[in-house]
Ligand binder design. Sequence first.
Ligand code: KDG
Length: 320
Amino acid sequence: MSLYDVITIGEPMVVFIAEEFGKLKDVKLFSKGLAGAELNTSIGLSRLGHSVSYITQLGCDPFGEYIYDCIEKESNINKDYIKKTSKYTTGFYLKSKVLNGDPDIFYYRENSAAANINSKFVQNVKLEHFKHFHVTGITPSLSENMLNSVINLVKIAIDKGLSISFDPNLRPQLWESQEKMVEVLNYIATFSDYIMPNIEEGKILTNKDRPEEIAEFFLNKGTKNVVIKLGEKGCFVKNHNISEYIKGLKVNRVVDTVGAGDAFAAGFISGILKGKTIIESANIGNAMGAIIVTHKGDNEGLPTLSELEKFIKSNNKVII
Ligand code: KDG
């Protein structure tokens, strides 16, 4: 019997967000925040009322302590699989402030605590306690150790009957080559019940241009459902029965696009876990993405269930 809804694995970081426009090298003032794609999704799910377990390793340093304190404040995130080490340090990154488009980012995360998590510890995770495993393409890029751990976990999760969502989250700067990135991520895609790349990522992974062709590529490889995120336009959903564009929700002002995909994942997974259809779930994902882009942090704006419902109502949608 499952004790918890979702399990995920990844690297949490501290993010320093520029408080003034300009190149990162010139910025004098930064504010501190919490980051990490899988952690963002965990926070989103937790605030929507789902129980989540997050597998990671933190350094015994001020960044690690800060991240741990932040996670403690999220009432539905279980910390059984959060390890601490004094051997390696916690990663962090810098993010620029922009008026339009995606900000510049710069990582300080090589050989971090999370990249060095003990693979035996990971393999001893009790996946049978969960319903769903959420994976992103960032985690396998962190080290060979993490890559093998993720692939093993995916295979065990399938054996134990968990459903699997996969956000490729391309980070070319973290991979030794684009070829390896594409090969590994397309391999993980074959095991996924739900893959959710954005359109640019879909193009890189498949060498195709149109959402329909990108989706077809993954379906032919064995992925069961494909959700392609199209930014403000919404998303495109395809499986062997459905092929549909789903409109995005309007927002007044986009402040920061980082974290939108993670928020989408939280909303989408939440819908699936509640037995909603893939289209209803994608609508919830769209709403979560729309909310988060109006906030500067990677996860601060993630809503509670009642805040999400209010936002959806104000957009005249009835989806949850
Ligand atoms: O998706 C948002 C993430 O990009 C951010 O929180 C930091 O995990 C991160 C990464 O690797 O870029």
